[in-house]
Design a protein around this ligand. Structure first.
Ligand SMILES: [Zn+2]
Ligand SMILES: [Zn+2]
Length: 339
């Protein structure tokens, strides 16, 4: 069998382009010819920290099935266009799976962290992790929706706000610029909380009714002045920036945390108790929830803002993402993918 190109990392922000030998897919795997792979901030866990062992990063992967193992968990066809997100397919056997809680499966590959991901021409994936891609979405458009899009779509549903309620999106980067679009299309009145004035126009163009510059005013007080948010989706990679948001919640409001941060969120216990407010985490979603997500995005015109790079320029694209210079998602495109 032929070889394929993969970009490996061993941590320490080292990348190496390697040729790997093609093999048949395993028992419940499929082999996917990759067309596009988005670069997500979570890729940093492998690329920066890393364990020394070589792994292919990337968990926003779109391609076409080219081979199917002997025992796929579901029906898939060769030639079908599919995607794989961060959660690489539940096992169906562990205790959370037996309770139908597939997001919390205890034996699930995390693409690009515990299993090779999509910075490559070929991906091997568990069949239970596959997501069908609607025709309306190109591979490049669909890729960031598989993780960044799903993360905010699911977090908004966890927020549990009523249609028409005030919902805030904190941060207007790779996650936030999608979160605003989902929140507006889901029927919420949207407030964006971000640093500085330069993002106000974009926030409004994406569907925000209100804009709070967190460098000019306390974001909690600003949201209270608007009546309090029924839900806040916090996407910034900073715990300290989330702390004042709790004060911006309406009674029974929920702060849903999706931005992974090195520092903790500090909580005023009285703000939780009086008003029965809560804080929750949200972890992307299941493969079928991702199909719901893509269908919703396709129908409602939700699209990521992105730049594309050839696979060979993965390192350059990653540097742009990690330095915050990418607007707003970077997507790797393989040769021959007329996505
Ligand atoms: Zn991600
Ligand atoms: Zn499981």
């Amino acid at each position: 069998m032929a070889n394929y190109l993969a970009i490996e990392t061993t941590g320490g922000r080292r990348f190496a382009a390697v040729e790997r030998a093609l093999r048949e897919p395993g028992w419940d795997e499929v082999r996917i010819r990759v067309h596009a792979c988005g670069i997500c901030h979570t890729d940093a866990v492998a690329v920066e920290a890393g364990g020394g062992a070589a792994i292919v990063p990337g968990h926003e992967v779109v391609g076409v099935i080219e081979a199917i193992g002997p025992a796929p968990a579901q029906d898939w066809r060769v030639g079908e266009r599919v995607g794989v997100g961060f959660l690489g397919g539940h096992c169906g056997r562990c205790t959370p799976c037996r309770r139908g809680d597939f997001v919390n499966c205890a034996d699930q590959p995390r693409l690009g962290l515990t299993a090779d991901g999509g910075y490559a021409e070929v991906l091997y994936a568990r069949s239970s992790g596959l997501v069908r891609i609607p025709d309306e979405l190109s591979a490049v458009e669909a890729a960031p929706l598989l993780c960044a899009g799903l993360t905010t779509f699911q977090a908004l549903q966890q927020g549990g706000a009523r249609p028409g309620a005030l919902v805030a999106i904190q941060g207007l980067g790779g996650l936030g610029h999608l979160g605003v679009q989902y929140a507006a299309r889901l029927g919420y009145r949207v407030a964006v909380v971000a640093r500085g004035e330069d993002k106000r126009a974009l926030a409004e163009r994406l569907g925000a009714e209100h804009y709070v510059d967190s460098t000019a005013q306390d974001p909690g007080e600003a949201l209270q002045a608007l009546g309090g948010a029924a839900a806040i989706v916090a996407t910034a990679a900073s715990g300290s920036s989330m702390s004042p948001l709790v004060h911006g919640l309406a009674p029974r409001g929920r702060l849903v945390v999706v931005g992974a941060a090195a520092d903790p969120v500090q909580v005023d216990t009285l703000a939780l108790i009086f008003g029965t407010r809560s804080i929750a985490g949200s972890l992307t979603g299941t493969a079928i929830e991702n199909e719901d997500n893509l269908a919703f995005a396709a129908q409602r015109g939700i699209r990521p803002m992105l730049e594309t790079f050839p696979l060979a320029e993965a390192e350059k694209a990653y540097e742009l993402m990690i330095s915050g210079a990418a607007r707003f998602r970077a997507v790797l495109v393989t040769e021959g993918a007329n996505a």
